[in-house]
Design a protein around this ligand. Structure first.
Ligand code: MG
Ligand code: MG
Ligand code: MG
Length: 308
């Protein structure tokens, strides 16, 4: 065995990031190839906590930075600006991901598994199959939860046939009713009352970089957009602070209605008008309604990236 390898998802971890790291650790133990341990790069959100409580397990330990030469395995991300501090000098063993590849390079060869699926855990589900390992109930629940989260119960346009097939099979192994369990899990993540405005805009924020133009797209899930917009003034204040501190040209907060599959965005920054071009809308009071838009990865980011 080589030295310990840390497996982790992106900063501001979501359910896929946490579950993928836990499931990867289980998969690696079954394989016995390398000694890996799941880690997280930030606080666990309420949706993910619901999953961990359901299973009666702890979240992975927090990883704040890595030393030079530390072995790491990335799941659910590849962009360095979404990864751990020190990533540039770490030894990246593997990446298992379902995002665009950007702001990423290594000096040595690595395992890289990229599939344009709705969820990293769908890729891991296929890895269990490919390697001939039986899927236990615990990892079935972890993978099902991640797929439900990333695809919003298979309603997001990011959903593929592979995600559907995986979730169908995982539902049987997990012994859950995916629709009932999934709705409870998603709703657990929409209780935003006790978060400060600053916490709220950072719950699920992605730092992005287009040829040196830095911008952030953050997202919160809700069952009532109006409820979240009651806090628009303080949210904007927190966003403006981030713009100033991080030198951002644009900060977009997408407030996504998970029941009706729509989003309202708040856009601030000197490049705020990018979103008008990107979605053919007019910003009113810094906001715009985007019917049918729920996916940052497939609907929001590509359009902004093209126009910024
Ligand atoms: Mg993710
Ligand atoms: Mg994901
Ligand atoms: Mg997400």
């Amino acid at each position: 065995m080589e030295e310990k390898i840390y497996i982790f998802g992106h900063k501001n971890p979501d359910t896929d990031s946490i579950c993928s790291s836990l499931v990867s650790e289980i998969l690696d133990k079954k394989n016995g190839w390398k000694d890996t341990e799941a880690r997280r790069l930030g606080n666990v959100n309420k949706e993910t906590q619901y999953v961990l409580d359901y299973l009666g397990i702890e979240a992975p330990a927090l990883l704040e930075k890595v030393e030079e030469g530390q072995g790491v395995a990335l799941v659910d991300h590849n962009e360095f600006n979404q990864s751990v501090e020190g990533i540039e000098k770490a030894k990246i063993w593997s990446v298992t991901d379902h995002h665009r590849i950007a702001n990423f390079e290594t000096s040595e060869p690595l395992y890289y598994t990229a599939k344009p699926y709705g969820c990293t855990c769908t890729i891991l589900f296929e890895e269990f199959k490919r390697l001939g390992h039986e899927i236990g109930k615990k990892e079935a629940i972890l993978m099902a939860s991640a797929i439900i989260s990333d695809t919003l119960l298979l309603k997001s346009p990011t959903t593929t046939e592979y995600d559907k097939k995986a979730l169908e099979e995982l539902e049987k192994i997990a012994g859950i009713n995916v629709n009932e369990y999934g709705l409870e899990m998603l709703k657990a993540g929409t209780n935003l009352d006790d978060f400060s405005a600053n916490e709220l805009i950072n719950l699920d924020a992605k730092n992005l970089d287009k040829d040196g133009t830095k911008f952030v797209i953050a997202q919160v899930n809700t069952v009532s957009i109006d409820d979240v917009l009651k806090r628009q003034a303080e949210l904007e204040e927190a966003m403006r602070k981030e713009i100033e501190e991080k030198g951002l040209k644009l900060f977009v907060l997408a407030i996504t209605d998970i029941l009706n599959s729509n989003s309202k965005i708040i856009a601030l920054g000197e490049k705020a008008e990018t979103v008008e071009k990107a979605f053919d809308v007019k910003l009113e009071n810094n906001t715009a309604f985007l019917p049918g838009v729920v996916s940052r990865k497939k609907q929001i980011l590509p359009n902004i990236d093209k126009n910024i």
